[in-house]
Structure formats: structure tokens, C-alpha cells
Design a protein. Structure first.
Length: 161
């Protein structure tokens, strides 16, 4: 079942790239007591994710934070090393928290996993963006297809906050 507005995020662990190697964090660590924008992409380094989706969250980072957002995070069903390389390649720095959902546990737990095997990608996450307050989903924008980044764009979410 797909997560909905008003639902609490499930307790799942993520791997996070760090200067001294990967660390583990949980949904409680990321979302408890905070106002967080979380967006998900089908895959790091894929064209729509890298050229269309992530750049909007970098561009509108200050505007989102001005609306009370504490953290902006991205998740993908990629290993932590790929997420670290993507963070470096996009020059995101500390503006975006990169959460590796390497086994797709979070994507499955929120009901937003997607079988993209036809395109050679295997099991991934659907593309979406959400506003989460203290672990509860307050806004949820899910794209109808993996190659689109309109409904889940930073601009759309910013206008809704």
C-alpha cells in the first residue's frame, strides 16, 4: 500500500556517504522533530534525475529553507558509493542529504518501489517529493512515470508549502 498524507514514515535504515566512509542513519534520525523535504529518484546519474530533478532542489534550497525546511534529502535505490559519487558530481555539498536505499527497503516500505527491469534498471523507487513534519507526511507528489519530474519538482513543492 502506498503511503499517504497523514501517514507516519516507516522505521528504516539508510546508508549515508561521509568523509570517513559510509554511516548508517534511520528515518527517526532524519525526520524526528524536523521539517524535511524528501525527494526520490529512480537512479543516481540517470538523465532526468541529474539534469532535471536534483538541480531544482539545489536552485530552490534557500527558498525551501526560508519556508521552515530543516533538511532537504534525496533517496535512491543505489549503493552508498554511487550516492557519494553523485553528490560530488552535482556539487551538492551539504545542501542535500544523500540517503542510499541500496536494497530498496524504504521504497518498498512506503509502497513506492517500481520494477524498471524493462529499461535495465531492476527494482527502483518511483519518482516523488514529499514534505515530512516530525516523521509524518504532510505533502506527497508522485510522478506518473520515471522520465517525468514536474509533479515532484522543487518548484511544485515550494508552491505547496
Amino acid at each position: 500500500m502506498t503511503i499517504s498524507i497523514g501517514d507516519r514514515l516507516p522505521d528504516v535504515s539508510f546508508r549515508v556517504p561521509g568523509e570517513d566512509g559510509p554511516t548508517t542513519t534511520t528515518t527517526a534520525d532524519v525526520f524526528s522533530g524536523k521539517r524535511v523535504v524528501l525527494f526520490a529518484v529512480p537512479g543516481a546519474f540517470t538523465p532526468t534525475c541529474t539534469m532535471n530533478h536534483l538541480p531544482g532542489f539545489l536552485e530552490h534550497n534557500d527558498a525551501l529553507r526560508a519556508k521552515g525546511v530543516d533538511t532537504i534529502a534525496v533517496t535512491a535505490v543505489n549503493d552508498v558509493h554511487v550516492m557519494k559519487a553523485w553528490k560530488k558530481a552535482t556539487e551538492a555539498g551539504d545542501r542535500i542529504l544523500f540517503l542510499s536505499d541500496g536494497n530498496g527497503e524504504f521504497a518498498k516500505a512506503v509502497g513506492l518501489d517500481a520494477d524498471l527491469s524493462a529499461g535495465g534498471l531492476g527494482m527502483r523507487s518511483r519518482r516523488y517529493a514529499m514534505l515530512v513534519e516530525d516523521g509524518v507526511v504532510r505533502q506527497l507528489n508522485i510522478e506518473p512515470g520515471p522520465g517525468q519530474a514536474d509533479t515532484s519538482s522543487a518548484e511544485t513543492l515550494l508552491a505547496q508549502i
